[in-house]
Design a protein around this ligand. Structure first.
Ligand code: 6PG
Length: 248
């Protein structure tokens, strides 16, 4: 089930961060005897959100019980400006368990090692037997990709592996990415979409007839629950009342 919440542009990052802090606190309170598992979206959109999370998290926030992964990664050094881990590390300074991809390894080996790290760490298991994240944050590319699942890519067709090698279709940049099976196993997928540059792809995904086969639509449809947190300018071409909540 897809639901949408549209936030005014100037408040979007702050409102999304408040939602994430509240969601993590509810998960921590509901599961006092286990850790909570979340995956972070990469790219530029979530950077301000993560900074606000750090500001909004209460001083007694149980970071020690939260394990964070990245839902995809560019195969660059962790201190490289394009590193998704590096971006999250810088902004979520209080996070105690932020698991990087071993980007110094060959991409196939890095994907296998990250998958094993997930299998060893994420103790929650979905009915399918797949490690189950409580929360997977995902972004949206202008071509409809999410994580590093690009339209027509072999990574999109992966049905067995949880983490797979991928490559950016224009730059060829090597990546690793969560696969659809891993996203589908999550309790909730949350898509973070902001900026007028995403308005047309949002229309392609949700404004016309449903049933889009773009990667972000496939991921959203595969998820047990998918929530789209969209800024007003990114939602400007959606028909009024697109399946989901109103502005807040
Ligand atoms: C990445 C991502 C990717 C990103 C979208 C949107 O590593 O690039 O995870 O899926 O979320 O490309 O990127 P922006 O937020 O920079 O527009």
């Amino acid at each position: 089930m897809n639901s949408f919440i549209v936030h005014p542009d100037e408040f979007w990052a702050h409102r999304v961060a408040a939602f994430l802090v509240d969601t993590l606190q509810r998960l921590l309170a509901a599961q006092p005897k286990r850790e909570v598992f979340a995956a972070l979206a990469g790219g530029s959109t979530p950077a301000s959100v993560y900074s606000y999370v750090t500001l909004l998290a209460p001083l007694d926030f149980e970071w020690q019980r939260v394990h964070l992964f990245v839902s995809d990664e560019r195969m660059v050094p962790l201190d490289h400006p394009e590193s998704n881990y590096g971006m999250a590390r810088e902004r979520l300074a209080a996070a105690r368990h932020l698991h990087p991809v071993a980007t110094d390894l060959p991409v196939e080996q890095a994907a296998r090692q990250y998958e094993q790290r997930i299998r060893d760490t994420v103790t929650q298991v979905a009915p399918s037997g797949t490690p189950q994240f409580d929360l997977v944050l995902l972004g949206l590319g202008e071509d409809g990709h999410t994580a590093s699942l690009f339209p027509g890519s072999p990574a999109l067709a992966e049905t067995a592996r949880l983490v797979t090698p991928a490559a950016h279709p224009q730059s060829g940049q090597a990546r690793v990415s969560f696969t659809l099976p891993l996203i589908a196993a999550a309790r909730q997928a949350v898509f973070l979409v902001s900026g007028s540059t995403k308005a047309m792809v949002m229309r392609r995904l949700w404004g016309e007839s449903s049933g889009s086969t773009l990667p972000a639509a496939l991921a959203s449809d595969a998820a047990q629950e998918a929530l789209w947190l969209v800024s007003r300018d990114a939602a400007e071409h959606l028909p009024a009342g697109s399946s989901g909540g109103g502005a807040s």
